[in-house]
Design a protein around this ligand. Structure first.
Ligand SMILES: [Zn+2]
Length: 176
């Protein structure tokens, strides 16, 4: 599949390591698939969703970083389980342009509350520390892919428009 959105390489972005959270800035000629973390030496892109916690949240939503899509789920949620393989497959497809992360809403109540998650599964798309799209309910691969392309386009448009100085998604919320 070719898509103009994915044709834009993430050169110059600061990539938070999916293992240790340390930031690494990719050189313009660096191939994303072979890029390693400057701190721990691990692969910056593994083709799989990472596990996100409140402690790791800021590192992976910092301005100048990758767009991040979060799957809010729980072990007891049947639709979450049926959607998990779809989310995982699309992680491999959308890397290195989007970081995929999963939040266990039972283990991470503070993050779920911060996002005011009222039903699961819910997907939230974040760029420059701001939520640009959200969708609730299980999705098939085609719908999720369309939603991701749309969210990524919106994130890139917003980024091009206002450049720096991003605002958090909520006015009265504090980062957990
Ligand atoms: Zn690392």
């Amino acid at each position: 599949m070719t898509n103009p959105t994915l044709a834009q390489a993430p050169a110059g972005l600061t990539i938070a390591c999916p293992a240790c959270d340390a930031p690494t800035t990719l050189a313009p000629d660096q191939e994303a698939q072979t890029a390693r973390c400057g701190a721990c030496g691990g692969a910056l892109f593994t083709g799989r969703p990472m596990t996100l916690t409140a402690a790791r949240f800021d590192a992976h939503t910092a301005p100048g970083g990758l767009p991040l899509v979060i799957d809010f789920w729980a072990a007891w949620c049947g639709p979450c389980k049926s959607m998990a393989p779809v989310f995982e497959a699309l992680a491999a497809e959308f890397e290195p342009h989007v970081r995929f992360a999963k939040v266990d809403t039972d283990a991470e109540r503070a993050l779920a509350d911060y996002f005011r998650i009222s039903s699961i599964p819910t997907l939230s798309f974040i760029h420059d520390h701001r939520e640009v799209a959200r969708v609730a309910g299980a999705m098939f691969a085609g719908d999720m892919r369309r939603w991701l392309y749309d969210a990524l386009s919106r994130a890139q448009e917003a980024h091009a428009k206002d450049g720096a100085a991003p605002e958090p998604a909520g006015e009265d919320r504090e980062t957990p």
